[in-house]
Write a protein that binds this ligand. Sequence first.
Ligand code: PLP
Length: 450
Amino acid sequence: SIARSSENGDVLPEMPYFNYTPAPYNGPSASDLLKRRREYLPTCLGPFYHNPLNLVEGKMQYLFDENGRRYLDAFGGIATVSCGHCHPDVVEAIVNQTRLLQHTTVVYLNRAVIDFAEALASKLPGELKVVFFTNSGTEANELALMIARLYSGCHDMISIRNGYHGNGAATMNATAQNFHKFNVVQTGIHHVLNPDPYRGVFGSDGLMYAKDVQDIIDYGTSGRVAGIIAEAIQGVGGVIEVAPGYLPAVYGIVRKAGGLCIADEVQSGFGRTGSYFWGFEAHGVVPDIVTVAKGIGNGAPIGAVVTTPQIAKVLTQRTYFSTFGGNPVSTAAGLAVLRVIEKEKLQENAFMVGSYLKDRLSLLMEKHEIIGDVRGRGMLLGVELVKDRELKTPAKAEMLEIMEQMKDMGVLVGKGGFCGNVIRITPPLCFTKEDSDFVVDVMDYAMSKM
Ligand code: PLP
């Protein structure tokens, strides 16, 4: 349904065939919804699409707008849709659980909650087997930071510049993004250098960045810290994987200072990076606390903190609960997602198709000077756009223009990065090679028109 030739007669890339016809839509139009959204749901996301789509249906890696036009969702919700939009097994699990029991309090037993906690724990190494469910990634990280502080008896916490950990009081402080200007409550976070191989001062030398953590502990604290929170691959920050050697060194430094190591796996977990189920595994470390959200529910709101029985005692000895955290419907969705990932070998697919997509994107660098870097793993990929490769000046306006053009041609991608100049590609893990070809061909065309 996407136009196949442009106004000037160019032949446009062909979207892969997909046998599905969306139901007719009789609801309000995009312009009507946009007008009402501006009034009732003002967004803090800033300038994005000039004309946002009115999306009415999703099917696997595709989305459909009000006119039945099909779009390839290369952003996968916001890296949330692991198995594909409205995957039948996930829908069935949600519907069945909704019919049986939507909610109960944590003082009672419920199978859906316990089944998913057990399944989630079974995917984690070592003693990481005590689960606290939450509703979001923010809530999971707030809880993880609190656990580390209670356990260590210490307030000072370390986080990495350019990381994103959420929008609660402590997580906003832990987040060091230039768009995140809400830090009204100071919560004792020390932001260390970003071990960013592309822009970082020490390039790919993970050990040099680790030295900065030691310096911060030595010069900025009593010598003891509650812990560190770190993504193995920064998602919102522009798909930046920590430099090799960094995490093992830093985990050693933090533990020596009495702290716990928190792996924020909200984006990099659940098979998305392909080679491993968790992002931290590629760095040979085992965290003390792991936080998850986004992709674990395929869109259902759910997050979790997983830690060891020893560390969990700081909460089990107190009364901690979340009204909706770990509700039966979301946990039923989580279990179904995990089963689909295993049954359909989606982690393996993320590795194979993701590597292919990354290779093709890297080849585009030879043709388009605007691409400064292509990076990431599996289906967590980033394409950083720069005005000039030497100075690495962010090409932010150009990126928005390219995104807009890609959308008009049927491909939806995300944006991120320290200056909003990184195209984020985080599709559902069922993405195919043909889908990847379409993304690259459309990006190539959009860049050629700049
Ligand atoms: N941690 C990471 C790595 C994230 O990417 C996000 C969201 O993008 C969060 C935490 C916060 O999760 P949520 O938006 O579900 O609160």
